[in-house]
Design a protein around this ligand. Structure first.
Ligand SMILES: C[S@@+](CC[C@H](N)C(=O)[O-])C[C@H]1O[C@@H](n2cnc3c(N)ncnc32)[C@H](O)[C@@H]1O
Length: 276
């Protein structure tokens, strides 16, 4: 299946207008691959048929499916490992020492995809800071733009292949139960996370002031101006001593001068510069 340049432009303009994700020239193959299953399931002939259908209405479930399909949802448990080690050994202990052993702490995991990242954080908290599980001690929001990813994250059901990626066997046994061929995360861990649809490219909804923000491996999809706007909004929901974690190839450098880099044992977090 090949895509014409006008259909490619239509799809990429639509995706950009809804999510700020940029699909540069040369990414035609990605659109072709990602949309092929929608074309089959909708009984359409090809991408041009799909584009005609999308043009019939401004917004429809088909539009949402196309947007979902064009998001890259790659994620796994304990991705990059070090952010979660410093969360356990340095970041949460530091924040609790400034507050009280019971917090309260507010955490936001943005662009959380299918839930492996927020559940990694929940497991770290449940295993090392159990007092934060007391009602009122932790507000933990996880968000994504993809309805499909949010539904999967909320279900907490993972395949053998997914739990094989990054999750230590001891944590699999402790926090999951086997359901048929899959693994279901236990309610105790699931309940800790409140999932929401938040589109980072628009004005953020009202959020509590955060102590810790994870927004990893998503800024890479945006143009500089969009990254700047997102970082500016993130700054506004950070407490003065909050920690921000970005993906390994992402930085605030050259985008927002109000952050300073904080080197923590083999990983980097960003913090707000103190007002002069
Ligand atoms: C590569 S995944 C990263 C998942 C996880 N943070 C990690 O590092 O493993 C990127 C996620 O960003 C989400 N995303 C893309 N554009 C977005 C937007 N405008 N607003 C919110 N989420 C977005 C995608 O749906 C996808 O789930």
């Amino acid at each position: 299946m090949t895509i014409s340049s006008t259909d490619f432009d239509f799809v990429r303009n639509y995706v950009k207008s809804k999510s700020a994700i940029t699909l540069e020239a040369g990414k035609e193959y990605l659109v072709e691959t990602r949309l092929s299953s929608i074309i089959v399931s909708e009984g359409l002939k090809d991408i041009s048929d799909l584009v005609i259908k999308m043009k019939e209405r401004a917004d429809s479930p088909l539009h949402a499916r196309v947007l979902d399909a064009m998001t890259t949802n790659e994620t796994f448990f304990f991705r990059d490992i070090t952010p979660f080690e410093v969360l356990k050994k340095e970041v949460i202990p530091d924040l609790l020492s400034r507050r009280s052993p019971n917090g309260p702490l507010n955490i936001w995991c943005a662009a959380s995809s299918s839930g492996q990242e927020p559940y990694t954080i929940s497991m770290v908290i449940a295993d090392n800071f159990p007092s934060l599980k007391t009602p009122g001690c932790l507000t933990f929001i996880a968000s994504d733009i993809s309805q499909q990813m949010l539904a999967k994250a909320k279900s907490g059901l993972y395949t053998q292949l997914e739990v094989n990626r990054g999750l230590p066997a001891a944590l699999l046994v402790k926090h999951f139960t086997k359901v048929g061929l899959d693994w279901q995360i236990k309610d105790e861990i699931k309940r800790m996370v409140d999932y929401r649809m938040i589109n980072l490219s628009t004005t953020f909804p009202s959020l509590p002031q955060m102590d810790i923000i994870f927004i990893r491996n998503v800024l890479i999809y945006f143009e500089v101006e969009v990254k700047k706007k997102i970082l500016e909004q993130i700054r506004k929901v950070m407490k003065p001593d909050a920690y921000l974690f970005l993906g390994g190839s992402e930085t605030t450098f050259n985008l927002d001068d109000n952050f300073e880099r904080c080197d923590l044992n083999k990983t980097v977090a960003y913090r707000l510069k103190k007002p002069k």
